[in-house]
Ligand binder design. Structure first.
Ligand code: AMP
Ligand code: MG
Length: 339
């Protein structure tokens, strides 16, 4: 199967081209599309066979449930039930946007979407291309990230094609994703909401709206969130984290020297402020350490660039674990395989 690529300007959407994409969804095909987080791989949410193709194309285990993307709040009540007051409150503030909520599922969601669970993960994306695709397809769209399972998530159409060319029907190229990291996933426990995956909506922003937020805690998550795999978001290169502390740059220099001397092609993903110390090494700048948005936007792309350039080892400088830094460090630790 040849994967078709269409280019769409998110600020001036070509509806006739978008209708072609929606036709693929309606006919049970697979379409990769941009969201504000990362590129998603979508199929018709009511068609079990179509959804099965998502798992096949990505080589994703069937026990890893999908996030269902919807266009408006009315759709929520078609796929979920018993929506708690707290969910309504957070939806009001953060939808459309990168917040995924876990709710009791309605019968009309095929089991394959939720990996047989009686709950469903739902989100309303803000990217206009994603929204038009859902609207024209006239169905909710389950969509995991449009990469091969376990690889860094795709933040451009090129990343999608690198992993899935000829495995899917179409890619909508809508440019680089705004955030570059996946959504925050939360579940409700009584009158509290617990973060199962840190992401685009930060703990700090959630806490501005609601005091009963349980922060992300890896130990707490495994049992509640199926599909949590110890190794995820991983480039082919080995990732070594140089933690964010007072000795960071010394550690980066000695680690890099060690791996280089051992014969490994070694690259460094560094804070912009540290680039000046690294002239004798291969390095790529994640961004200024205080600019979490820039760092989030570049993370997956840099991991993929190192792979394309056949690096064996990536020394990754850790950043402060607050705001989006929490999600960035979570993805890095997953890439290493330590959480
Ligand atoms: P992604 O691979 O980015 O599409 O993320 C999907 C993730 O959302 C899964 O790996 C789960 O961790 C989480 N998720 C999806 N559905 C559920 C659910 N019903 N209950 C708990 N977590 C879920
Ligand atoms: Mg994914």
């Amino acid at each position: 199967m040849n994967t078709r690529v269409i280019k769409i300007d998110p600020l001036n959407i070509d509806y006739s081209l978008m209708k072609r994409a929606a036709e693929f969804i309606k006919k049970g095909g697979l379409v990769a599309f941009p969201t504000e987080t990362v590129y998603g791989l979508g199929a018709k949410g009511t068609d079990e066979k179509a959804v099965a193709k998502i798992f096949e194309a990505k080589a994703r285990p069937l026990e890893d449930p999908l996030i269902v993307h919807i266009k408006d709040k009315n759709d929520l009540y078609k796929i979920a039930k018993d929506v708690p007051r707290l969910a309504e409150k957070l939806i009001e503030k953060f939808w459309p946007g990168p917040l995924t909520i876990i709710l009791k599922k309605n019968k009309n969601i095929p089991d394959i979407v939720t990996a047989g669970l009686d709950t469903v993960a739902v989100r309303m994306p803000s990217n206009p291309i994603a929204r038009v695709l859902i609207e024209l397809s006239d169905v909710s769209i389950p969509a995991p990230s449009a990469n091969l399972f376990g690889r860094p998530s795709p933040t451009s159409a090129e990343h999608v094609l690198n992993d899935l060319d000829s495995r899917i029907d179409m890619v909508i190229d809508g440019g680089i994703c705004d955030i570059g990291l996946e959504s925050t996933v939360i579940e409700f426990r009584g009158n509290e909401a617990a973060i199962l995956r840190p992401g685009g909506i930060t703990l700090e922003r959630l806490c501005e709206i609601e005091k009963n937020i349980i922060p992300y805690d890896e130990k707490n998550v495994i049992k509640n969130s199926p599909g949590k795999y110890p190794c995820h978001y991983s480039p082919k290169a080995k990732v070594v984290i140089a933690e964010n502390n007072a000795e960071q740059i010394e550690n980066v220099l000695s680690l890099s020297a060690f791996y280089k001397k051992s014969g490994y092609k070694t690259g460094i993903m560094c804070k912009k402020e540290h680039a000046g110390f690294l002239k004798s090494f291969d390095y790529k700048e994640l961004g200024p350490s205080g600019d979490f948005c820039v760092c989030a936007g570049r993370l997956f792309s840099i991991l993929r660039e190192f792979d394309d350039e056949k690096f064996d080892v990536i020394i990754a400088e850790g950043i402060e674990e607050k705001e989006l830094g929490i999600a960035i460090m979570n993805r890095l630790r997953k890439a290493v395989g330590t959480v």
